[in-house]
Ligand binder design. Sequence first.
Ligand code: GDD
Length: 341
Amino acid sequence: MKNKVALITGVNGQDGSYLAELLLRKGYVVHGIRRYSSTNSLVNLKEIIKKKKFSKKFHLHYGDITDTDSIYQIIKKSKPTEVYNLAAQSHVHVSFQIPEYTSQVDGVSQLRILEVVKEIDPKIKIYQAATSELYGDTKLKFLDETSGFNPVSPYSVSKLFGFYISKVYRSAYNMFICNGILFNHESPRRGKSFVTRKITSSVVDIVNGSGEILKIGNLNAKRDWGYAKEYVVTMWKMLQQKKPDDYVISTGKQYSVRQFIEESFNYFGIKILWKGKGLNEIGYDKKTKKILVKIDPYYFRPNEVPNLKGNSKKAKKVLGWSPKTDFKELVKIMIKAELDK
Ligand code: GDD
């Protein structure tokens, strides 16, 4: 194989770490950018760091995608053939509290990377992490690459900029740029502020006798949840095609937050029954009658995306990719990992 060099922004996040492992297995030299923070965790990179074979070909750089100079220097020195832009302020709810910062990180920074690549070597291929949040509040049943966008958060509006500016640079400068419109993708490496990991970690704590109650927001939001480890494969596949394009990556099935909670307790043989309405709704253990779930309005968003379900026919046809892990299996993987901790 010709020497392939990848640069991953957000390398210590869920997707960045899985992608780095995948590329190292494929023989790439991998450079990763991480932001400095006194508590910045490398826990997702422990598989790489402990394997000598991998760590020899893996290079971490301090940098920030909001800082042109650091991006310029890292790209200039590491000479990547592929850049994966996965760094983000990725929390939709938080984006309402820090909208300007979110727009800088999730929108303008993609433009920054495009400009730097255009300047240094416009042949470098670029993957941009787009998102199903672009569809926002939609009435459409299945969402694919032709569906209209209706973003409803500072996060998704910023990502919309990233999406379109990537298309503009692709057509105007003939650059190889792909937008991956990934639907929700989860794993044990997900941060605990996202609903799936919050649920699985709380359920395990509750089962272990912590005495806590799971405090949750909108129980009825529906998402198309897939397994992150499988989804990062599509990022790589997109960049191996003859032509750059945009792809929806999803399972085509949707479940509610409520169902995610039920399935998580179900792993331990606990059946959750629901009582009450709105803010007063509670979930309790059918057998013991103990209250295990309560609504906390703190987790409601100023605008909600009620419902997302993707159609990945194009990814199947062109990339030869389809998801293997279904909803139940995903919950199982996440609960088991929580138990192992
Ligand atoms: N985080 C959170 N916490 N969400 C809750 C809670 C709670 O306590 N209770 C209910 N929800 C609902 C949210 O309102 C939302 O409808 C749904 O659960 C999923 O929320 P998140 O897990 O925070 O994910 P998201 O769908 O908003 O966004 C994630 O997926 C996108 C698509 O891939 C993020 O990873 C985005 O960065 C990503 O683009």
